[in-house]
Design a protein around this ligand. Structure first.
Ligand code: G6P
Length: 610
């Protein structure tokens, strides 16, 4: 989703801004722009719809050189993705970039129009530029005027502003959309994500909700939500593990699919004893809190929501704890009845998803026992604002379609299930030791599933000409089917729906014909025979079946039935294993269709607006 980069330095900052934008590209966007206070003392901008490379090309033809600037990648919310709507937005000698959504933009626009301001875009952001311009007339100082401006904004924002009148600084404001200051030597930077600045610094200062910052070459000043001058801690990163290259792989998504054995291994490291899960992996107070838990409420979005749905089967089956799972955008606006002693669990790759964060903030008012985040980014807002945390160790995920984040979330959720069961004494005898052993073997099993890469690539050919697909699963495989369908629609744009196989004849069977492939995951569990009957119902209507089945499930190829044999695995861990071929399937279908696999149209990696 939208990205911000800013710089104030002694050197030409345009290449730094462009490099920063490129590093944010993976998040998804549809136009890009930069505004520079040039060496001729003018505020100039360049904006282009499409990729950052288009902007870069335009800047090669007409360079903008300067020592102060801001840049943006925009993911359209208000107004189409075109040059006129791309950021930065100007008002007089001001340039503004904005992440988030200003909810009262219409009322403000009317007021500003009445004052004579002329709007050149359809965006909510332009309102901020004109409002700030208006405030400056009385207040003169840019920072003071920004403080007054944000008081009138409702909604979410991460803002960066420069002015040709006060070119000694970059000013910024954060409310609901993250911003980080990158600290240099005689130069300072700003971004919506520290990854954008790793090429120029390894020292960062995170703004907190409500903060306003004034960033000059040699100083940074911050005021908190109450207007008090505050110091924010600076953090230094030394690891170089954030390299963003595809290695031998054609796409980040394929690389990330293949990283799963290693990152699952990493997520398990230090969290298992000989035959138990180490409960303290969730934090020093975890054991004491877990002992009180009588219910679990999980909230998440997208792929992370599917991980939560799998966890519900585990929590109820293994730990005997009632569990509810809900998408954050629904949960946050619903009147919720909270059962006593309910643990509130959020799941998020980025830890910055607007709806999940808002749900966590609401939950704090609702009387939950405590909050726990299962998250892939240790410095995220979600982690900072939760009582307990389990960090997944998936490493940086670049492909918009989430893969390794999902499987590591599942591992984290199984650790949570076993920890809760262990502390509360609700696990059946021997279950924890067995599953700990199975978890240790999991990376190797995932490696075996990945070895089926070329088999799945062949199967993908069946889908290239299709417009619709059905995914079926039963039990904990139903959310796996949902995740398979989500992956296919996200990157190949084929309409895909998932159903619990038992629901087939209550509706979707009407759609099945020889143009509608049906994908099924069939581990060798007690639901297998029932699933086989469901598959007969599909075959009888001419539907082509693609079945990922346990090698011991006794399923064989036949006319219109393509069976891919999966390595045998303990039933509880099967959702993790069976996710792999579905990821590969959607990947290879997308490659055949020639879509932009890593940055599918209209989607964003981290959805930081509602
Ligand atoms: C976006 C991404 C999805 C992701 C979802 C939730 O829609 O494209 O891949 O699952 O957000 O993101 P989170 O970072 O909270 O897991």
């Amino acid at each position: 989703m939208c990205g911000i980069v800013g710089a104030v330095a002694e050197r030409n900052i345009t290449p730094i801004l462009l490099e920063g934008l490129k590093r944010l590209e993976y998040r998804g966007y549809d136009s890009a722009g930069v505004a520079v206070y040039t060496n001729d003392d003018k505020l100039e901008r360049m904006r282009r719809p499409g990729k950052v490379s288009e902007l870069e090309l335009a800047l090669t033809e007409e360079p903008l050189l300067g020592r102060l600037g801001i840049a943006h990648t925009r993911w359209a919310t208000h107004g189409a993705p075109c040059e006129r709507n791309a950021h930065p937005h100007f008002s007089g000698d001001l340039a503004v970039v904005h992440n988030g959504i200003i909810e009262n933009h219409e009322a403000l626009r009317d007021q500003l129009k009445a004052l004579g301001y002329v709007f050149t875009s359809d965006t909510d952001t332009e309102v901020i530029a004109h409002l700030l311009n208006h405030k400056l007339k009385d207040l003169t100082d840019l920072t003071v005027a920004l403080k007054a401006t944000v008081k009138e904004l409702h909604g979410a924002y991460g803002l960066a502003v420069i002015s040709a009148n006060q070119p000694d600084r970059l000013v910024a404001a954060r409310s609901g959309s993250p911003l980080v200051i990158g600290l240099g030597m005689g130069e300072n930077f700003l971004a919506s994500d520290q990854l954008a600045l790793r090429q120029v610094t390894d020292r960062f200062m995170y703004l907190e909700e409500g903060d306003i910052a004034e960033i000059r070459r040699d100083s940074v000043q911050i005021w908190d939500v109450n207007g008090q001058s505050v110091e924010r801690e600076s953090v230094q990163y030394r690891d170089g593990a954030e390299a963003a290259d595809k290695g031998e792989f054609r796409h980040f998504m394929l690389k990330e699919i293949h990283e799963q054995p290693a990152v699952v291994q990493r997520t398990l490291e230090g969290r298992l004893s000989q035959n138990q899960v180490l409960v303290q992996a969730f934090g020093p107070q975890a054991a004491e809190l877990f002992a009180k838990v009588r219910n679990v409420q999980i909230v998440a979005c997208g792929t992370s929501y599917h991980a939560g749905m799998v966890a519900r089967y585990w929590l109820e089956e293994l730990a005997g704890i009632p569990c509810q799972v809900e998408v954050a955008s629904e949960f946050r606006y619903r009147k919720v009845v909270v059962q006593p002693d309910t643990l509130f669990v959020t799941i998020s790759q980025s830890g910055e998803t607007a709806d999940t964060l808002a749900a966590l903030r609401n939950a704090k008012e609702l009387g939950f026992l405590a909050s726990l985040a299962i998250c892939n980014v240790g410095i995220s807002s979600l982690v900072r604002e939760s009582d307990l945390t389990l960090l997944t160790q998936a490493g940086r995920e670049i492909g918009v379609a989430s893969t390794k984040a999902f499987t590591t979330q599942l591992v984290g959720l199984l650790l949570l299930t076993l920890s809760l069961g262990q502390v509360r004494g609700t696990l059946a005898d021997g279950v924890e030791a067995t599953l700990v052993e199975e978890l240790r073997r999991l990376p190797a099993r995932l490696g075996e599933a990945l070895a089926m890469d070329s088999t799945v690539e062949k199967i993908a050919e069946l889908f290239a000409e299709k417009n619709h697909t059905l995914f079926l699963g039963r039990g904990a495989q139903f959310p796996v089917a949902m995740e398979g369908a989500l992956k296919l629609k996200e990157i190949s744009y084929i309409h895909a729906e998932a159903y619990p196989a038992g629901e087939l004849k209550h509706g979707p069977l009407a759609l099945v014909d020889n143009d509608m492939p049906v994908v099924t995951v069939a581990p060798n569990n007690e639901l297998l025979e029932k699933l086989k009957s469901n598959l007969q119902e599909v075959r009888a209507r001419g539907g082509e079946l693609i079945v990922f089945a346990d090698e011991k499930a006794g399923m064989t190829n036949g006319e219109g039935t393509h069976v891919v044999h999966m390595p045998h695995i303990h039933d509880i861990l099967s959702p993790i294993l069976y996710t792999i071929p579905l990821q590969l399937l959607s990947y290879y279908v997308a490659v055949l269709k020639g879509t932009d696999v890593d940055q599918p149209r209209n989607l964003a990696k981290s959805v930081t607006v509602e």
